[in-house]
Design a binder for this molecule. Structure first.
Ligand code: UD1
Length: 361
């Protein structure tokens, strides 16, 4: 049996790994060992996902968090290398664009272990974002790039990846499988809509955590001023990321909206299904909005998921208060047809197949 080591660390990676781990378990062809770097560590940022989504318990938890980018990545690199020398896997699987992604791929590559990057080829073309640096470097040192969209494939082609000994496959977006699989279960298991006394289509779901927004207090104030204005018309519910919470407290910003603690995947799905629309700077939530037939107002200057904007499902507004409010009025009563095939189907199965082909070569 072939062996892979999966490196996880941050919330969106738990969602993606839940899908592939289930497929791997069902097929009995690959043994999976999980390393949790510890990047996200609060129970409601980590544990809840493992429990709800039945992700296998990590064999290793490195407890590396709350450090600068260099220190965090460096410590992860050192510890992951030690484990890989011991486990001797056939390949390492990394997801997305976090510090855990680059640490895992770099440790593996230097040991001549194959690297599989899931959610490869995405670009924001903003090199100030730590995520952009992480994803470009990870793509370049991978052996198999599992791409979610045609745009991702084109991005790689433009960068000359066709001339490199790297296998590039379009599998689709693995988060779509998660939404489909857990949608029914979340309705049974989560009571968040009743708990918060919310009504269907009568609230906006918002999240803000990107460094480019949280590290610029003027941007942050402008975003929250926009959300407060919208809240007068339609209740705004915002599960607060620990990074944003710290910065709001430090700057004594107390927005008059419904702030709640970070929620698990089931509650998030229920909020998505029942909201009017989404306002967010998250990458994953933009697509989760689409999968749940909701428009998304993107509080960033660019997006990696350009097909959402090109097809009118989402709009980029940056941190500009007026643009946020205008986009809300544009989308609040819109009844768009979301039945467009943008992100593939049965993505977990497709990625599993691609991994098997790579490992049996
Ligand atoms: C990371 C990823 C980002 C991803 C996001 C999802 C990088 C560079 N960024 O950003 O791509 O979109 O995760 O959420 O890897 N914190 C807590 N409790 C937790 C988790 C974090 O208090 O459970 C604190 C940390 O101590 C830190 C801050 O929140 O001060 C930010 O966490 P960090 O891991 O640096 O990155 P994220 O902003 O979560």
């Amino acid at each position: 049996m072939k062996k892979i080591v999966t490196i996880l660390g941050a919330r969106p990676q738990f969602v993606k790994a839940a899908v592939l781990s289930r497929v791997i378990k069902n097929h009995h062809q690959i043994e999976e060992v999980i390393i949790h770097t510890g990047q996200h560590f609060d129970a409601n940022m980590s544990e809840v996902f493992f429990e709800e989504m039945e992700i296998p318990k990590p064999t290793y938890n490195l407890a590396i968090n709350s450090l600068s980018h260099g220190a965090m990545t460096g410590q992860m690199l050192e510890k992951i290398e030690t484990i890989l020398l011991d486990e001797k896997p056939d390949a390492v699987v990394v997801y997305g664009d976090t510090n855990s992604t680059i640490a895992g791929s770099l440790a593996a590559k230097k040991l001549h272990i194959k690297v599989i990057h899931i959610e490869a080829g995405l670009r924001s073309f903003n090199m100030k974002m730590p995520e952009e640096i992480n994803r470009i470097l990870t793509d370049r040192i991978s052996d198999l790039l599992c791409c979610p969209t045609d745009t991702a494939i084109k991005n790689l082609q433009k960068e000359g990846f066709d001339n490199l000994p790297i296998k590039i496959v379009k599998n689709g977006d693995i988060m779509k499988d998660a939404v489909e699989y857990y949608s029914q279960i979340s309705a049974e298991k989560s009571s968040i809509i009743a708990d918060l006394d919310l009504n269907k289509n009568e609230f906006v779901l918002a999240t803000i955590h990107r460094q480019e927004n949280t590290d610029d207090v003027e941007n942050l104030k402008s975003i929250f001023a926009g959300l407060e204005e919208i809240n007068k018309d339609c209740k705004v519910v915002l599960p607060l990321h620990p990074r944003t919470k710290k910065i709001l407290e430090k700057n004594n910003i107390q927005p008059n909206i419904t702030l709640i603690n970070p929620v698990g995947y089931f509650a998030m799905l229920e909020l998505l299904k029942n909201c009017t629309l989404v306002i967010s700077d998250s990458g994953g939530l933009q697509k989760e909005a689409f999968f749940n037939k909701k428009n998304c107002i993107i509080v960033r200057e660019e997006t990696e998921w350009v097909e959402l904007v090109e097809n009118g499902f989402a709009e980029i507004v940056g941190s500009n208060q007026t643009k946020i409010i205008n986009a809300f009025h544009k989308f609040k009563n819109s009844e768009m047809d979301f039945n467009l095939e943008l992100f593939g189907n049965q993505v977990g199965e497709s990625i599993h197949q691609s991994i098997l082909i790579l490992l049996t070569k």
